[in-house]
Design a protein around this ligand. Structure first.
Ligand code: ZN
Length: 249
């Protein structure tokens, strides 16, 4: 395995991978996430330095267009999804940033194979790409699509439910965001979740649709050293969740 020609300081290398959909070989970046040094956003978008590495999160086969964290793996349903018109349309839509199309293609394959929560995650990642590209219109559309997917999928734990609130707030869906936040607040969530929901409720009341970090919702790390890396304090933990994003635990 050779080092990436970009001489990037990131833990990424290049290697030949065989596509799980079409069976053809291509050179791909093999990415291993590093622990972020900064606190994540309220929607758990990782802090820097990991934040700036989204171009390495998904591989894409140059032959068939299949995009995934590891294109050597493909659910049997992925072959049909990648060959069908909706997938082709998504990855060829030149009105969208190329990197966003990769995440939307992966989201589509996940949705077609019934992995709705993971499809929501990938759709939210497309919204992050739109944020970085200054495309507020696309970011809003894709956040609302992510929320719709989350709501069609399995029941959400507190951590995911807070992310739905944040996606609605960032999309300017104030009434829906306020109702969803109130529902969590009424459910007697763990203290850290309650603190994040409290911040969301203040931001919603102020019609603030901007980016805020978990660190601004929680007490200083000196009081609770691990909480910024455990997201809202519920679920499997931020780091396990983050590694799950890349499909390699
Ligand atoms: Zn392929």
């Amino acid at each position: 395995m050779a080092l990436s020609p970009s001489a990037s300081p990131l833990p990424a290398a290049a290697g030949t991978q065989r596509c799980g959909v079409c069976g053809r070989d291509s050179r791909q970046t093999i990415f291993r996430p590093m622990a972020p040094e900064q606190a994540p956003d309220l929607d758990l978008r990782p802090g820097e330095a990991l934040r700036g590495t989204m171009e390495h999160w998904l591989q894409q086969c140059p032959h068939c267009g299949y995009a995934a964290p590891d294109i050597t793996n493909a659910h049997p349903g992925a072959v049909a999804a990648v060959g069908a018109a909706p997938f082709r349309a998504l990855i060829q839509d030149e009105s969208h940033p190329p990197l966003a199309r990769r995440f939307l293609g992966w989201a589509h394959v996940l949705e077609e194979t019934g992995a709705l929560a993971a499809a929501a995650e990938a759709t939210l990642q497309a919204a992050w790409v739109a944020d970085d590209a200054g495309r507020a219109d696309l970011a809003r559309t894709w956040r609302l699509e992510a929320v719709a997917l989350w709501r069609c999928g399995p029941p959400l734990d507190h951590e995911q439910a807070v992310r739905v609130v944040d996606a609605l707030r960032r999309a300017g869906a104030w009434d829906d965001a306020a109702a969803a936040a109130e529902q969590i607040a009424q459910s007697k969530p763990p203290e850290a979740v309650a603190e994040v929901v409290g911040l969301e409720q203040r931001l919603i009341a102020a019609r603030d649709g901007g980016r805020h970090t978990i660190a601004s919702a929680l007490p200083p790390p000196s009081r609770r050293p691990h909480v910024a890396h455990r997201a809202a304090g519920a679920g499997p933990g931020f780091w396990a969740w983050l590694k799950g994003l890349f499909g390699r635990r």
